[in-house]
Each structure stands twice: as structure tokens, then as C-alpha cells.
Ligand binder design. Structure first.
Ligand SMILES: [Zn+2]
Ligand SMILES: [Zn+2]
Length: 93
């Protein structure tokens, strides 16, 4: 039963993520890549740690359930890493 529950949770989260990505335009704001597996959500105000501290998926639910996500943008992992650590992506230079 534990195994089954974890599969349900995983599917739920995957669906939640995909619904979120579609709602946000489905591509990296910076380089335009559209593969779901590469996409992640960037907190523009750098307060992501706060929001995801108790629930890693809270911002996904927020995008799906409200229209209040102007502080978030869709980036791929490469661009997200660059923006987070360098302040801007190499594509912006
Ligand atoms: Zn990108
Ligand atoms: Zn980029």
C-alpha cells in the first residue's frame, strides 16, 4: 500500500507540474526550450526557498489554482542555474 500511495503521489505531482508548465506558456522564457523535463519555475524575487520550504510543490499549486504568479517565470534548468548564480543567463548577454 505504501508503494501504491507513492505512485499516486508521483503521478499527481507530475500532472500538477505539466498543468503548471502549460499554463505558464510551456517554454523557457530565456532560450525557448519546450521539453517539460528541462523546465522549472524561477522565483524572480528570490523568495523561492520561503515558499517551498514546507512544500516543494506549493508554487505549482499556486499557478494552477490562481492567476497570482507574476513573481514566477518559466526557465529551463540551464537558464535557471545561470540566472540564480550569475544574475543573468548567457543568452541575455
Ligand atoms: Zn533556457
Ligand atoms: Zn538562457
Amino acid at each position: 500500500m505504501v508503494l501504491k500511495a507513492s505512485i499516486i503521489t508521483r503521478n499527481y505531482r507530475r500532472n500538477l507540474k505539466i498543468r503548471t508548465l502549460v499554463k505558464m506558456g510551456g517554454k523557457c522564457r530565456c532560450c525557448g526550450i519546450t521539453d517539460n523535463i528541462f523546465l522549472t519555475i524561477h522565483h524572480k524575487n528570490k523568495d523561492g526557498g520561503l515558499e517551498t520550504k514546507t512544500n516543494r510543490y506549493r508554487h505549482y499549486s499556486r499557478v494552477c489554482n490562481t492567476n497570482d504568479y507574476s513573481d514566477l517565470e518559466l526557465l529551463c534548468h540551464n537558464c535557471h542555474f545561470a540566472v540564480t548564480h550569475l544574475g543573468k543567463c548567457i543568452h541575455d548577454i
